[in-house]
Design a binder for this molecule. Structure first.
Ligand code: GDP
Ligand code: ZN
Length: 301
C-alpha cells in the first residue's frame, strides 16, 4: 500500500503527498477508517499508509508512530521550532522569546532563533544594533542556534533553508515579524501575501484555521502558524519550569535543597550563578515572572 505525508487538513479531508510522487501532487483522503481502527485523529505531519478509492480519492489506513505531537499548532513529527523575532518593527521582546523557549523545551523540539529585519539596523546606527549582537551572543552561549536574517538583503536565507532541510519545522512569531517574507525569500515561487494591511485590520492573515505544510523543495516542510503565540502555562507544572531553562540545570543540581525554586531558598546555586553573571539577568527575571504567573493560574483553576 502507498505511503505518504499529510501536508494539509481541511474540512474533514487530509491531503497526502505520496512518498513516490512529485512535490506538488497530493491525494485527497478521508480519515474515517483510521479513527475506528486506531482511535486517533490524523495530524498534518503524520506519515500514513493509504489506499486509493475508485473516485480518485483515498482513505487513510494507518498512521505511523509519531516522534512528536503538538497540540497548538496541531502538527505531528515536527523536529524543529523556528522562533522569529524582528530586531525592530516590532522591537525585540525578550520576555516573549523566553516564554516561547520554555514551551518548546517542554515540547521537546529543537530550537532555532531567527532575528529578522537586520537591514533596518543599518539605516541608523542605533543602540538596537548593539542589543541584537548581545542577544545573539547570549543565547548562543546558552546553547541555542541563532541566525540573523534580512529578507531584503537576503542575509541568512540560505543558512536557514539548509537548517530546515529534510525535516518538519514550525514557524512561530508575532504577526509582522516577517515570517511570510522569509518563506518567500527561501522559496520565491510561494509568493505568500505579506504586509502591514492585514495587521492593521487586527486579525492577521490566518483567517482560516487550517494547518498546512509548506514544501521548501529540499525535503524540508514548514508549518506557518500563529499557534505558539497564544501560549499559556496550563500544561506545564511549576516544578518543571526550571528544567526548561537549560542554563539553570547544571547549577540547580548543586542547590542546597532538592526541589529548590531558586526564588528565596538559602544555598541556591542558580541565584549564585546569577550574581556571578553566569546567568543572564533577563532570563532569571523572566523565570521569576513565569513562576508567579503559573502559581496564579493554579490558584484560579
Ligand atoms: P508575518 O506577519 O510574520 O508573516 O510578516 P510579513 O512577512 O508579512 O512582514 C511584515 C512586514 O515587515 C511587511 O511590511 C514586510 O515588508 C516587512 N518585512 C518583512 N521582512 C523584512 C525584512 O527583512 N526587512 C525589512 N526592512 N522589512 C521586512
Ligand atoms: Zn536553587
Amino acid at each position: 500500500m502507498p505511503e505518504g505525508l499529510i501536508v494539509k487538513a481541511l474540512s474533514g479531508y487530509y491531503y497526502v503527498k505520496p512518498d513516490a510522487a512529485a512535490e506538488d501532487d497530493t491525494v485527497q483522503c478521508r480519515g474515517r477508517g483510521i479513527l475506528k481502527k486506531q482511535g486517533v485523529t490524523p495530524l498534518v505531519g503524520d506519515h500514513v499508509i493509504f489506499t486509493h478509492t475508485e473516485n480518485g480519492e483515498g482513505i487513510l489506513e494507518q498512521i505511523q508512530p509519531r516522534t512528536t505531537a503538538l497540540i497548538r499548532p496541531p502538527v505531528a513529527n515536527a523536529e524543529l521550532a523556528v522562533l522569529l523575532f524582528s530586531v525592530k518593527e516590532p522591537d525585540l521582546n525578550l520576555q516573549l522569546l523566553d516564554k516561547f523557549l520554555v514551551h518548546i523545551e517542554h515540547a521537546g523540539l529543537k530550537v532555532l532563533i531567527c532575528l529578522t529585519k537586520e537591514d533596518l539596523l543599518q539605516e541608523e546606527n542605533d543602540e538596537k544594533d548593539a542589543l541584537t549582537t548581545q542577544v545573539e551572543q547570549m543565547y548562543k552561549e546558552i546553547g541555542y542556534d541563532v541566525i540573523v536574517t534580512s529578507s531584503v538583503s537576503g542575509l541568512g536565507t540560505e543558512d536557514i533553508k539548509s537548517k530546515l532541510q529534510n525535516k518538519i519545522s514550525v514557524f512561530s512569531g508575532q504577526s509582522g515579524v516577517g515570517k511570510s517574507s522569509l518563506l518567500n525569500a527561501m522559496v520565491p515561487e510561494l509568493a505568500l501575501e505579506t504586509g502591514i494591511i492585514s495587521m492593521k485590520l487586527g486579525r492577521g492573515k490566518h483567517t482560516t484555521r487550517h494547518v498546512e505544510l509548506i514544501s521548501l523543495g529540499n525535503g524540508g516542510y514548514v508549518a506557518d502558524t500563529p499557534g505558539f503565540s497564544q501560549l499559556d502555562f496550563l500544561e506545564l507544572g511549576v516544578e518543571e519550569l526550571s528544567s526548561c531553562f537549560p542554563e539553570f540545570v547544571a547549577y540547580e543540581e548543586q542547590c542546597k535543597f532538592r526541589g529548590c525554586s531558586h526564588l528565596h531558598e538559602p544555598g541556591c546555586k542558580v541565584r549564585q550563578a546569577l550574581e556571578e553573571n553566569k546567568i543572564m539577568q533577563s532570563r532569571y527575571e523572566h523565570y521569576v515572572q513565569f513562576h508567579e504567573e503559573m502559581k496564579e493560574k493554579k490558584r484560579r483553576y
